[in-house]
Design a protein around this ligand. Structure first.
Ligand SMILES: CC(C)(COP(=O)(O)OP(=O)(O)OC[C@H]1O[C@@H](n2cnc3c(N)ncnc32)[C@H](O)[C@@H]1OP(=O)(O)O)[C@@H](O)C(=O)NCCC(=O)NCCS
Length: 177
């Protein structure tokens, strides 16, 4: 649970909003690439756009994650090299992985970008001999819960008042083999 506590403290208060009407981006091919400290500013900008509810990480947290050897981080890019999605996972002391954050730009959603990012993450973890992935998700975030269920994650616990606003989370897990 120490990791859960750490992750909870990553969040910052709610951020100014995205326009209400999102115009879908033109369709294109997407590619998964590593996300490194060189992409910090772009990741921060995308992060703010993905999480309108305050679950966006601070610059400090991103710097910490990107400099931490136990973190695997990937971005999804367009042919022009624009980052339109990201996923971060941390391997904890028990050799289980913790999905710390995932986000996709609003105008690129519903194109399996999150699925592809998560499958890529899972493949990287398997290669490292990691057998379990866990994550927390707001009980109200049914979109993300649907995504995780699609990929075989199941709810194993409900944790009361996990978020700063008092909302509970579901702890979801998946065995990678
Ligand atoms: C959750 C999120 C990452 C999904 O990204 P995405 O690239 O649009 O998701 P995908 O296209 O890969 O969706 C895969 C499946 O997830 C589910 N899903 C995704 N978006 C959904 C939505 N708006 N409503 C219902 N189900 C949804 C569906 O089952 C979908 O499959 P389908 O399109 O064949 O029905 C994205 O909505 C996002 O960035 N949300 C804000 C940040 C966030 O909540 N992150 C998770 C924190 S725990």
């Amino acid at each position: 649970m120490a990791v859960l506590e750490t992750i909870r403290n990553f969040f910052v208060p709610a951020f100014p909003a995205e326009p209400d009407v999102i115009v879908p981006a033109p369709f294109c091919d997407y590619e998964v690439r590593p996300l490194t400290i060189d992409h910090l500013q772009e990741a921060l900008r995308l992060n703010i756009r993905c999480f309108r509810n305050g679950d966006n990480y601070t610059k400090h947290t991103f710097e910490y994650l990107l400099n931490e050897a136990r973190t695997l981080s990937y971005r999804m890019v367009t042919p022009a090299g624009e980052m339109v999605g990201f996923a971060f996972v941390m391997v904890n002391e028990n050799n289980a992985a913790h999905l710390t954050t995932i986000g996709v730009a609003p105008e690129h959603r519903r194109r399996k970008i999150a699925v592809k990012l998560l499958k890529h993450v899972e493949g990287s973890l398997r290669k490292r001999g990691i057998g379990t992935v866990m994550l927390e998700v707001r009980v109200s975030n049914t979109t993300a819960q649907d995504l995780y269920r699609t990929l075989g994650y199941t709810i194993v616990q409900r944790i009361g008042k996990y978020y700063n606003n008092g909302e509970d989370c579901f702890l979801m897990m998946k065995a990678l083999w």
